[in-house]
Design a binder for this molecule. Structure first.
Ligand code: GDP
Ligand code: IMO
Ligand code: MG
Length: 420
């Protein structure tokens, strides 16, 4: 009777969507517990690519119920676009359940996000501008508008009241281009579609299912280094992306948390502003971006690239209580003569694996360079099939992290992964 958790150990985009889709046959329920349409989870099934933003990545498995939990923030406009695309692909979406307690992103939340970022100038976070920060602010400020509010008679009044507050706030910020009237029209049309979905009290639902012995997997969005409490604040998102967020984002008691699966790329990326000590500014960084197609699934922005970072991963393994690791995008390193691992940081002349309070760019790092394998690992389906230098790379990571690497992903496709 436990809930497994799968989440990103870096700054997002570790390949969560792909791995959740792959693992979904082992589960009855896949549940998103935080974040919103700032997420972009890519699935490649039979060569066809789908990017999910709000809908859990188990949706292609019709035997799995997909839950959008109370901790998620939903933009009805994005959600209806996502649903429309999936329907074109022949999905029924009858296996989708939405929490009545999830908060809604209003058009003015997006407008506030854009205005707030503009006001920060060079200090901007690099937000996806999906309205995430302002929506969570209204949630904790106790002003939010929830899915359940849409079903009430006074929904319009409540919406207008919140909008009026936003418009007053906007007077503090620089102006941004935004067709509010048009966005509001789309929003209300999409909200009507949202009302037709299976909206329920997901807290009771999921706990009853756990009691009935159903297997649940909680799907994280973003990454642990973007967590509001444990990430590189203030360059973070506005939710708890770590294991603890599963409890508050779904209404699951800590004692029900089972296995925690952490995902890491074989290197590291970050999109948006904020510190990234292992970032590469040379041709290796360029090559990682090119080979890994490192452009944002939500915004299309180029992702910053660097070597895999041991202190950073040890920290997120600790905070999340990671039991096993999935290493993704191993194939991206195929072309490298040498591959790097950041073994420690250099602080005040001393090597350390502890993240300092002043975690910043330009912090000296100690990089261990290892021999590359210079051949394709894409068709490997077992560790023994990996070239020797690739096995050494995996062994070194495992040894330094102290956690088993249980799965290795060698391509974007659903089947391009194996148990290690
Ligand atoms: P998520 O946000 O964690 O779900 O990850 P994204 O979908 O934003 O980014 C991961 C990208 O890498 C997507 O384009 C995936 O299709 C792709 N991908 C996932 N796993 C692998 C892998 O093992 N190898 C390669 N080459 N691409 C992968
Ligand atoms: P998935 O689930 C990578 C980053 C943004 C920005 C910061 C704050 O696909 O891994 P926000 O829109 O939340 O105000 O942005 O967080 N960010 C992500 N980076 N993957 C994501 O999601 C992200 N969601 C937000 O780039 O730096
Ligand atoms: Mg992503």
């Amino acid at each position: 009777m436990s809930v497994d958790v799968l989440l990103g150990l870096q700054w997002g985009d570790e390949g969560k969507g792909k791995v959740v889709d792959y693992l979904s046959t082992n589960y009855d329920i896949i549940a998103r517990f935080q974040g919103g349409p700032n997420a972009g989870h890519t699935l490649v099934i039979n060569g066809k690519k789908t990017v999910l933003h709000t809908i859990p990545s188990g949706i292609f498995n019709e035997n799995v119920t997909n839950v959008i939990g109370n901790g998620v923030v939903i933009d009805p406009i994005t959600l209806s676009k996502e649903i429309a695309k999936l329907k074109v692909e022949g999905l029924s979406l009858t296996n989708l359940v939405v929490s009545e307690k999830a908060h809604l992103i209003l058009p003015t939340h997006r407008l506030l996000d854009a205005a707030s970022e503009k006001s920060k100038g060079k200090e901007k976070i690099g937000s996806t501008l999906k309205g995430i920060g302002p929506t969570y602010m209204d949630k904790t400020g106790r002003n939010g508008f929830r899915v359940g509010d849409l079903l009430q008679e006074d929904a319009k009044d409540k919406y207008e009241k919140l909008k009026a507050k936003h418009l007053a706030l906007l007077s503090m910020y620089p102006e941004v281009e935004f067709d509010l009237a048009q966005e509001e029209e789309k929003w209300w049309k999409s909200a009507e579609e949202l009302k037709q979905l299976h909206i329920t009290d997901c807290v009771y639902y999921i706990n009853q299912e756990i009691k009935a012995g159903k297997r649940v997997l909680a799907e994280g969005a973003q990454g642990s280094m973007l967590d509001i409490d444990f990430g590189t604040y203030p360059f973070v998102t506005s939710s708890n992306t770590v294991t603890a967020g599963v409890c508050t984002g779904l209404g699951i008691a800590p004692k029900h948390i089972g296995k925690v699966i952490g995902i890491s790329k074989a290197y590291c990326t970050r999109v948006g502003g904020g510190p990234f000590p292992s970032e590469l500014f040379d041709e290796d960084g360029e090559l990682l971006r090119k080979e890994g197609h490192e452009f944002g699934a939500t915004t299309g922005r180029p992702r910053r690239c660097g070597w895999i970072d041991i202190p950073q991963l040890k920290y997120t393994i600790m905070v999340n209580g990671v039991d096993e690791i999935v290493l993704t995008k191993m194939d991206v390193l195929d072309v490298f003569e040498k591959v790097g691992i950041v073994a420690s940081y250099e602080i005040n002349g001393e090597a350390t694996t502890q993240l300092p309070y002043e975690y910043k760019d330009g912090m000296p790092v100690n990089v261990k360079m290892m021999e590359g394998w210079k051949e394709s690992v894409n068709s490997c389906r077992a560790v023994y099939e990996l070239p020797t230098p690739a096995k050494q790379f995996v062994n070194t990571l495992q040894q330094q992290l102290g956690v088993n690497i249980k799965m290795i992903s060698v391509g974007p496709g659903r089947e391009e992964i194996f148990q290690a």
